[in-house]
Design a protein around this ligand. Structure first.
Ligand SMILES: [Zn+2]
Length: 712
């Protein structure tokens, strides 16, 4: 296939500088030699090939390039041409070619320069555009020459085909073995090959028990996570076989993780089934490889009951169904999750009115009881964005329960069922209409068919027209039928007979069942699910609930936004007002006593005492009785002693005797005194204090003020 002219060049020892394809313009530019070996092993062992690659340099020199203008690109050594792993050298080559810096590209087998045919064709295109020559051991090629281009294209295709056949031969053998179930694929922990290459249960009893326990726990709990929790709680370990690394083949006992449990539950080998081709690996443009698990009907090979297992194939299929149902609670387009044990009535039914995601339930403990919160956290979990909405669930649950009890009265249900019948009747009407459309299309198709069959076959022109008409009629018929079927399915989805029967059965004693303390939360949730499709929540200054019933009816409720827990503890503002008034004439303890006598309580529902009043006083910035008396100009004992020039004991004695007026101004018994004024008492020898009394005794003052307060 080589050009005789080219063969001539390479067979001759003397350089043929005047070759027709090499022009002065080519020689002005540089030559690039691309050197590559696929694997590092080839780089080390196949030095012959490398030698040949470097020898090409001499050919460029022979064609007229000076040795210093021949550049060698050999940074791709040890990189496979078929893989998409970054090959900087090749990229550099392409860049130089496209910039028009290259006169000739040299390579041992140029068609293997590129990793795949597409890259190769692109390089040829660029070489043609920039008028770059290509040289390999077989000859010199000009990409603008049709024959050369054809040859280079063929070479690229052939080298790709070579790779393909190599792979196909390998894969064909593997597939044949796999179809017979004879392929020895790696076995999961708990299964081993015996000497005759048959699959057996692991003779290690501990491993067997661990695997059996996992399946038993799943059977009992029905959830992979619950299985993990059980293992965790019981402190059990689960075996894992190292597949690579220094400990390859060793059995490692570790904690059971969710992903590990799912791996075991999803693996058909534990059910005695042989499988092959469960996943598909794709190479992406950036060179990364992505593995995707295929649905079971797309697996290449699946042979149930081909060896011993821990569970039956039927149980495996049940497990898969169960896991699928559980998984409905996850993912972007999550549907309803199954009702669980917690008290959140709307678990799995709430939708966020802000972003449209399904909301999840969180519980918090308050006073030893679980309280639900509805949280929209999908974006929070996925991207660490702030929580979208967070709503306390108690009042929402109560409102929905109230709504259901109101709705489930016999009168309402009569109306609802009448409407249901009406809808069904209307559906039937529409259905009849659509059925008629189908019949008509059928008739027209038949007619067109008949017309076509009646025509003289020799009259080709008419026959062709009639055939086209017949085809069109058949197409219309097919479309009408499809639409008819689609609508019929949609109508049936609205409320099917089963759901209707369940609703009917509930009518009689819904409130009784609902309020029965023996009804579990889970059952109450099942009742809700029979009636409601979903509930959308939006929180503004209040909480709006859009309740969607089965069958499509909606109801909008608005409830006050739940108060924060500290807000529920706040003492009523009227009581604070009252404390402010009472403090004009009473100490903290006295105020507390009065409030208790009036039957009032703190925000937390406790009785008052002095310390609580003092705390409230400080929180609200109210002045104490002491401060109020001081503001009114009352004097302390020390001040009175100074004014009157008497001892402290005399002040106390005079107050007791009614010579000075003093008030107990706090709960420690500290007194403040009215200023003595101009007619202040003075010391008089020999006159009894009782005879000089000017004010009633302090005890009497206290009693009288209390009575005044009673009247107030
Ligand atoms: Zn949201």
């Amino acid at each position: 296939m080589t050009d005789p002219m080219n063969a001539n060049i390479f067979s001759s020892v003397t350089p043929n500088v005047g070759h027709s394809k090499v022009t002065a313009m080519h020689l002005k530019r540089d030559a690039f030699l691309y050197v590559r070996q696929s694997t590092l092993r080839q780089v080390l062992e196949n030095t012959e090939s490398t030698q040949r690659q470097y020898a090409l340099q001499q050919r460029a020199v022979a064609l007229g390039w000076s040795i210093e203008h021949v550049h060698i690109i050999d940074c791709d050594q040890g990189q496979s041409g078929a893989s998409a792993v970054d090959r900087e050298g090749f990229q550099q080559l392409v860049a130089e070619v496209s910039l028009g810096h290259v006169g000739v590209v040299l390579g041992l087998e140029v068609s293997r320069l590129a990793r795949n045919s597409a890259d190769w064709q692109r390089l040829l295109e660029l070489c043609a555009l920039t008028d770059t020559l290509i040289l390999d051991e077989d000859g010199l090629y000009d990409c603008n020459d049709f024959n050369d281009r054809l040859l280079l294209g063929l070479k690229g295709t052939l080298s790709e085909a070579e790779l393909h056949f190599l792979r196909a031969r390998l894969r064909g053998g593997i597939l044949n073995k796999a179809r017979r179930g004879d392929l020895a694929t790696p076995l999961p922990t708990g299964l081993v090959y015996d000497d005759a290459r048959r699959v057996q249960l692991d003779p290690d009893q501990q491993v067997q028990q661990a695997v059996r326990l996992l399946f038993e726990t799943f059977r009992r709990t029905g959830a992979a996570f619950a299985t993990v929790v059980h293992f965790q709680r019981e402190g059990l370990r689960f075996p894992r076989c190292e597949r690579c690394g220094t400990h390859k083949g060793e059995l490692i006992w570790g904690k059971l993780s969710s992903s590990r449990a799912l791996q075991v539950l999803h693996n058909p080998r534990y059910a005695g089934a042989f499988f092959y081709g469960r996943s598909r690996t794709r190479t992406w443009p950036d060179g990364s490889r992505h593995t995707q698990i295929l649905p079971i009907d797309e697996w290449l090979v699946l042979i149930p009951n081909s060896h011993v297992g821990y569970i039956t194939w039927e149980e495996y299929e049940d497990n898969q169904q169960c896991l699928r149902n559980n998984a409905q609670a996850h993912g972007i387009d999550r549907r309803k999750s199954p009702p669980r044990e917690g008290p959140a009535l709307l678990q799995g039914l709430v939708i966020c009115g802000v972003c449209g995601c399904r909301m999840t339930v969180r519980y918090h403990m308050r006073q030893g009881k679980q309280h639900p919160d509805y949280v929209c956290q999908r974006k929070h979990v996925d991207h660490a964005a702030p929580l979208c909405q967070h709503l306390p669930g108690q009042s929402i649950d109560a409102a929905v329960a109230q709504l259901l009890l109101q709705t489930m009265t016999p009168i309402n249900l009569d109306v609802a069922l009448a409407v249901q019948q009406e809808i069904t009747a209307r559906q039937d009407d529409a259905n009849n209409l659509r059925a008629q459309q189908v019949a008509r299309a059928q008739y027209e198709a038949d007619l067109a068919g008949q017309r076509y069959r009646c025509v003289d076959p020799n009259n080709r022109l008419v026959a062709c027209t009639l055939e086209a008409e017949w085809n069109a009629a058949l197409r219309t018929l097919q479309e009408t039928q499809k639409e008819y079927e689609h609508h019929r399915q949609a109508d049936r989805l609205l409320v099917n007979d089963e759901v209707r029967a369940q609703i009917m059965a509930l009518t009689t004693d819904f409130p009784r069942v609902w309020n029965d303390p023996h009804t579990t939360d889970q059952n109450r949730k099942r009742l809700v699910r029979l009636l409601l499709e979903d509930v959308t929540l939006i929180k503004t200054h209040e909480v709006t609930l859009q309740v969607r019933f089965r069958g499509g009816a909606t109801q909008v409720l608005a409830i006050a936004a739940a108060r924060r827990s500290w807000q529920t503890w706040v003492t009523a503002p009227e009581i604070i007002q009252m404390i402010n008034v009472l403090l004009n004439e009473h100490t903290d303890q006295q105020v507390a006593t009065i409030l208790n006598e009036r039957g009032l309580h703190t925000g937390k529902g406790r009785t008052f005492h002095g310390r609580i009043v003092a705390n409230l006083r400080r929180s609200y910035g109210l002045k104490s009785y002491y401060e109020r008396l001081r503001d009114a100009g009352m004097l302390t004992v020390e001040e009175v002693t100074k004014v009157l020039g008497i001892a402290k004991s005399t002040v106390k004695m005079w107050r007791k005797a009614g010579l000075l007026r003093g008030y107990v101004c706090n709960d420690k018994g500290v007194c403040l005194f009215e200023p003595p004024g101009l007619d202040a008492p003075v010391k008089i020898q020999g006159k009894k204090l009782a005879k000089r009394r000017r004010f009633p005794t302090p005890e009497f003052i206290l009693e009288s003020t209390k009575e005044v307060q009673y009247e107030a």
